[in-house]
Every structure is written in structure tokens, then in C-alpha cells.
Design a protein around this ligand. Structure first.
Ligand code: NDP
Length: 259
């Protein structure tokens, strides 16, 4: 993408981080770097751990009315004393570049949306760019969170995949994963998927990010085992993570165009 600033376009993304969760700090820094790279102005609001819900909501209301801000991102998770739902519901739907607001979630459900949530959108882009057909394929999504699993399943279904969603209460997970032509895993547990759980020739997409040592990140999929069977597989790090950030940039540019 051309550098927007060089083209005289000013686009602003507000990134709010509350507290000092080290993983959140890394994600926020990566998002800021991506903004710099493509020429989006990023405005960081680093709030203390003991910030009240009302203080955070007041900040979002101010940003909703700030013309230089086109997108607002609240880095999750928030400290336990803050209600995430109340915070997300405050973000102007036109500035909701994470697509977590219920209005945007509803639009995704009916297939008529402005923004897609960044991680599932990144997965869809990876599949498309790899020339992998979804139509008619058996797709299995492991995980049913609001930010990854559920919207992922919806997007695969909208592309005419036959989708099964698995979760922590699924009995005999391997029975489902072994049938998957396209397997998307968003669980948050290392080795949740081992080689014997994957069909020969499957496409395996690992959304998980797990820190197993200070500087060691792994996904949810046992890469070494599954790589031997998969026709395509994403690594961690360096797979879905960078795609998520690319989709955030895309949503921010789109937000500016909509506004
Ligand atoms: P959540 O914790 O919100 O959801 C995890 C899901 O996995 C739940 O639906 C849970 O089921 C299910 N689950 C847990 N254990 C099992 C199990 N043993 N078998 C089957 N399903 C199980 O996590 P997120 O969706 O937010 O994130 C998932 C992973 O993806 C995390 O590692 C996170 O760090 C990573 N992530 C990566 C991003 C990226 O950019 N690459 C972006 C966002 C997240 P139940 O609903 O029954 O509890």
C-alpha cells in the first residue's frame, strides 16, 4: 500500500490500552508500527490499571467526536473491574475498526457489513490469497469466541463452506477435526491439535498465540506433526498474527472513507 501521508491523506487510529499486560503491550506496539509503515497517524492512550469504567467510556466518547480520529481500538482484555461490553458498546459504529460492536456483529451475521473482525478477516484473506477454494469444503472451527471462532464460522459459511464449530464441551474433538478440509483453530492452548487429529491434505490455520517461555510463542497446533499431513499450514508466529494487523489497517482506511 502506498504511504498515505505522502499522498496528503490524514487518517487517525486511536489505540487505547489499560494496565500493563505485557502481551497487550506487544500487540499495541505492532499495531503502531504498522500505522507508521503505511502512514496512518496512531494516537496511543495508555491508561493506568486502576482507570475506572466511566473514565474509559468518557475517553471513548471524546474520541467518537474527534474528527482526526477515524478508528478506535480498545486493546482487550481489559482489567476485571471494567465491563468490556459496556466499553465496546460506546464506540461509534463507524469508528469500530475491530468490528466488535453489536451493530457491526449483526451486520456480519446478515452478510452486509462495513467492517469484518480483523483476525477472521485475516484468515479469509490468507485462504483466498493461497488460491484455496472454500465452497463445498468441510470446514471445522475449533473455538467459539465472539472475536474469533463465531465470526470465523460465519465467514466460512458465507463462502459456502459446510461449517462445524467445536468448543470445550465438544465430545471427541478429533472425530470432527479429522473430517476437516479446512481446519481453523482458535483455542488458546498449545498442542490442542496434534498430527493424528488432522486429515491428509487438510488446510490448517492456527490462530492461537501462547507464550510458553519469556521469548517463545507457539500456536494451538503442533506444527511439526501437522505440517507432515497438511497441504497448507500457518506458522506461529508469522501466520495469522500479521494478517490481523493488516486487516486492522484496511478497516481504518475504510473507516476514513465511510466517514
Ligand atoms: P477465548 O479464550 O475467548 O476462546 C477459546 C475458545 O476455545 C472457547 O470457545 C473454548 O470453548 C474453546 N476451547 C478451550 N479449550 C478447548 C478444548 N480443549 N477443545 C476445544 N475447544 C476448546 O480465546 P480467543 O478466541 O480470544 O483466542 C483464541 C486464541 O487465539 C488465543 O490463543 C489468542 O491469543 C489467539 N488470538 C490470536 C489472534 C491473532 O491475531 N493471531 C487474535 C485473537 C486471538 P468454550 O467456549 O466452551 O469455553
Amino acid at each position: 500500500m502506498a504511504n498515505l501521508k505522502k499522498e496528503g491523506k490524514e487518517i487517525g487510529l486511536a489505540v487505547i490500552i489499560v494496565g500493563d499486560n505485557p502481551a497487550s503491550r506487544v500487540y499495541v506496539n505492532n499495531k503502531k508500527k504498522a500505522c507508521e509503515y503505511i502512514g496512518i497517524n496512531s494516537y496511543e492512550y495508555a491508561l493506568k490499571e486502576d482507570t475506572t469504567e466511566n473514565e474509559l467510556i468518557d475517553l471513548i466518547k471524546t474520541l467518537n467526536n474527534d474528527k482526526k480520529i477515524n478508528g478506535i481500538l480498545v486493546q482487550l482484555p481489559l482489567p476485571k473491574h471494567i465491563n468490556e461490553e459496556a466499553v465496546i458498546n460506546t464506540i461509534d459504529v463507524k469508528k469500530d475498526v475491530d468490528a466488535f460492536h453489536p451493530v457491526n456483529v449483526g451486520k456480519i451475521m446478515i452478510g452486509n457489513y462495513d467492517f469484518l473482525p480483523c483476525t477472521p478477516a485475516g484468515v479469509m484473506e490468507l485462504i483466498a490469497e493461497s488460491g484455496i477454494e472454500i465452497q463445498g469444503k468441510d470446514c471445522v472451527v475449533v473455538g467459539r469466541s465472539n472475536i474469533v471462532g463465531k465470526p470465523q464460522a460465519m465467514l466460512l459459511m458465507q463462502q459456502n463452506g459446510t461449517v462445524t464449530i467445536c468448543h470445550s464441551k465438544t465430545k471427541n474433538l478429533a472425530e470432527y477435526t479429522k473430517k476437516a478440509d479446512i481446519l481453523v483453530v482458535a483455542v488458546g492452548k498449545p498442542n490442542a491439535i496434534t498430527g493424528d487429529m488432522v486429515k491428509d491434505g487438510a488446510v490448517v490455520i492456527d490462530v492461537g498465540i501462547n507464550r510458553i517461555a519469556e521469548k517463545t510463542l507457539v500456536g494451538d497446533v503442533n506444527f511439526e506433526e501437522c505440517e507432515k499431513k497438511a497441504s497448507a499450514i500457518t506458522p506461529v508466529p508469522g501466520g495469522v498474527g500479521p494478517m490481523t494487523i493488516a486487516m486492522l489497517m484496511k478497516n481504518t482506511v475504510k473507516a476514513a472513507l465511510i466517514q
